[in-house]
Structure formats: C-alpha cells, structure tokens
Design a protein around this ligand. Structure first.
Ligand SMILES: *Cc1c(COP(=O)(O)O)cnc(C)c1O
Length: 232
C-alpha cells in the first residue's frame, strides 16, 4: 500500500509541477508520519523516504532513536517553549514558529549546543480561531527581530490551510502567502535566507504546488488515515 501511495503522490506532484511550469526539483515532499508506528516508517525508509514530518516532540524523540541517522526530521506541529530543548540539534527544520518568545527559546538552546536552527514562521493566513500562527502583517516585523539572533535562521513561511472539501477554496490562501514570500525575497528583508514555502497537505497539495509551494506535507495520502483512538 505504501509503495502505491508514494507512487501516486509522486505522479500527482509531477503533474502539478508540469501544470505550473515548475521543475519537480523545486518541491520537497515531507512524509508526515505522526501517529504511525516505527515499522511503517521503516517501510517508507526502505522505499527511499528520507524526510519525515512529526508534530509531537515525544514522538520525534522516540522515532529519532529507533530509525537510521540519515533521516531529516521536520517538526511541523505546535511547539511549546519548555520542549524546545528536546529537539534542537535533532530536527532539520522547525515549521511552526509563531512568536518571538519561541524564537528566543530556540536561539538560547541553539547557542548552548553550538548549532544554528533553521525555522519557518507559521502564518494563519485565514485567521482561523482554532489555529496557531501569525497574522500576515506580523511576519515581517518578527523577521526583523529574529534577524538579531545568531543561532536561528528564518528559511521561509508555513501555513496550514483550512480543511475544505474542495481544495480550490484554498487557492487564494496559497496565493496570498506566496505573495508575502515573494515580497520578503524581493525587498531582501531576509538577507537572502528565505527559500522555503511550506504549504499543502493531502487534500490540497496540488493547488499549493500550482501556487508556489516548495514543501508539501503529506500524511494521509502516503500512510493512510490516522486513528487517534488507538495510537501506536
Ligand atoms: C498532520 C499534518 C499534515 C498532514 O496532513 P494530511 O492531511 O494527513 O496530509 C501536514 N501538516 C501539518 C502541520 C500536520 O499537522
């Protein structure tokens, strides 16, 4: 099942790239393995997957220990400041930074360990009450503050679009975030460090790619539906 799912996702990514006149190499696939057992991740690993996304600190720690060292782990879920110490130095990218306080904590922990942490700023483009993330207008000011830090680098922006039946409904959200991303790059607010736009999940990744996503985070489409009742 995993093999067929991966093949289908790959084909659909390629087709979306073609439609948008983009090169396949511009889009990185993150296999979102949250709630899935280690055996399933091993199976994906054996099929060539090397980039996994997780949303819980404890789960990243456990899976990090259980799986080979050449995997890039991406923290895509809400991160509490008191848990930062457990993942700095382990994860390749933190997608979910949405406050100065969290960025400061990552800076301190990274300095302590002598590493530089790459982060994305999470933006709640649709301003949904139920979601974390910055408002669009908060992004550039926060980037200015984080630019003072020497152990944190902002690599780009991330958003979780609303859950919708028809992914076309999220197109304007992806367009809006892409516009902000281009603005940041063109005005050189980032000193050239921004090159990642993380948007698109199982239900809407093709639209996200058409609108400029450089990272898509796909869980269900690869690993199947999640069962939160009976967690491994
Ligand atoms: C769970 C999750 C995903 C993947 O969702 P699917 O709809 O299963 O593809 C992507 N991004 C974040 C932040 C998530 O928490």
């Amino acid at each position: 099942m995993l093999k067929e799912n991966l093949e289908e996702v790959e084909e659909r990514i390629q087709a979306a790239c073609r439609r948008a006149g983009r090169d396949r190499s511009e889009v990185t696939l993150i296999a979102v393995s949250k709630t899935k057992p280690v055996e399933m991740l091993k199976e994906a690993y054996d099929l060539g997957v090397r980039i996994f996304g997780e949303n819980k600190v404890q789960e990243i720690r456990d899976k990090y220990e259980a799986l080979p060292g050449d995997i890039d782990w991406h923290m895509i879920g809400h991160l509490q400041t008191n848990k930062v110490k457990y993942i700095v130095g382990k994860v390749k990218l933190i997608h979910s930074v949405d406050s100065l306080k969290l960025a400061e904590t990552i800076e301190k922990e990274s300095a302590k360990r002598g590493v530089i942490s790459d982060i994305l700023l999470e933006v709640n483009v649709a301003e949904e009450e139920s979601k974390f993330g910055l408002k669009m207008e908060e992004v550039i000011p926060l980037m200015g503050q984080i630019a003072q830090f020497s152990h944190v680098t902002v690599r780009g922006l991330m958003t979780i679009a609303p859950f919708v039946e028809n992914p076309e409904k999220n197109r304007t959200i992806f367009k809006d975030l892409h516009k902000l991303y281009v603005d940041i790059k063109e005005k050189n607010i980032d000193n050239g460090t921004v090159s990642i736009l993380s948007m698109g999940m199982t239900n809407d990744y093709e639209v996200a790619i058409e609108e400029g996503a450089t990272m898509v985070r796909i869980g269900t489409g690869i690993f199947g539906a999640r069962d939160y009742g009976v967690q491994a």
